[in-house]
Design a protein around this ligand. Structure first.
Ligand code: FPP
Length: 234
């Protein structure tokens, strides 16, 4: 959800006005997502590195998150959206943790879309925590992913599509393990201007991609000659 600050500054507004507008974009995208077959949507709202921002902006984002969640519960229930928050909770304001708990409990049975908000989240930190939970045992992919799911409160499924707005082209510590084979879509659109049409465009781009997961293209595989040592090594 990049570009809130620049969107606001370009219009002569304080940065928090951009975050406020960004929360409305999130609402629009959550509404539109199930129509495109999206079942899980994870939005990066606040990273562990975002604590470096001026205290005034951090406080305003925390207040906005609490306000957004409190305001959103009836809409989430009506739209059958289950909300989960991933990330650390020990540094969040108590009032925000209380509303997160309430929103998660209230929407736990909703099954149309799983909305995950990443708050005080770091992909590297969740990998370290999951590795620590494997301590003393062989770290297999399966066990590691179970521990990562526990770290992320039940979710560590692979990401299919990662959309980054605001013209940046980096991962910024977001779902690093889960993005191993994610298709990346970057757009210059600032997050407050992002809407259902942009989501449709990103998903159309995703559908045009051929996902091979390290394999060869299916069409080519059937035409490959059988491996012959004599033929290829001499
Ligand atoms: C990224 O834009 C935005 C953030 C780090 C803040 C979190 C996002 C929101 C508050 C919007 C969603 C809101 C809710 C309540 C879920 P930026 O500040 O890095 O913008 P910039 O790149 O233009 O400086």
């Amino acid at each position: 959800m990049d570009g809130n600050g620049r969107w606001a500054t370009d219009r002569g507004f304080p940065r928090i006005a951009g975050h406020q507008a960004g929360s409305e974009s999130l609402r629009r995208v959550v509404r539109a997502a199930p129509d495109f077959g999206v079942s899980t949507l994870t939005a990066y709202a606040f990273s562990c590195d975002n604590w470096k921002r001026p205290a005034e902006e951090v406080d305003a984002i925390m207040a906005l998150l609490a306000w957004y969640l409190a305001d959103e519960i009836p809409r989430l229930l009506a739209d059958r959206v289950r909300l989960s928050v991933i990330g650390r909770r020990d540094r969040l304001p108590e009032s925000l943790v209380a509303i997160i708990d309430e929103a998660e409990a209230a929407t736990s049975a909703c099954d149309k879309l799983h909305l995950r908000l990443a708050i005080d989240y770091s992909g590297r930190e969740s990998i370290l925590t999951a590795t620590g939970l494997c301590a003393g045992r062989d770290v297999t992919t399966e066990r590691f992913e179970q521990m990562l799911a526990a770290t992320n409160r039940g979710g560590s499924q692979p990401v299919d599509l990662l959309i980054r707005t605001g013209g940046e082209q980096r991962l910024s510590d977001f779902l690093l393990w889960e993005c191993a084979y994610a298709e990346l879509v970057f757009t210059r659109r600032m997050w407050p201007e992002f809407g259902g049409q942009d989501l449709a465009k990103a998903i159309a781009a995703f559908r045009r991609r051929e996902r091979r997961f390290g394999d060869v293209p299916a069409a080519l595989a059937s035409r490959l000659p059988t491996y012959s040592r004599e033929r290829w090594l001499h």
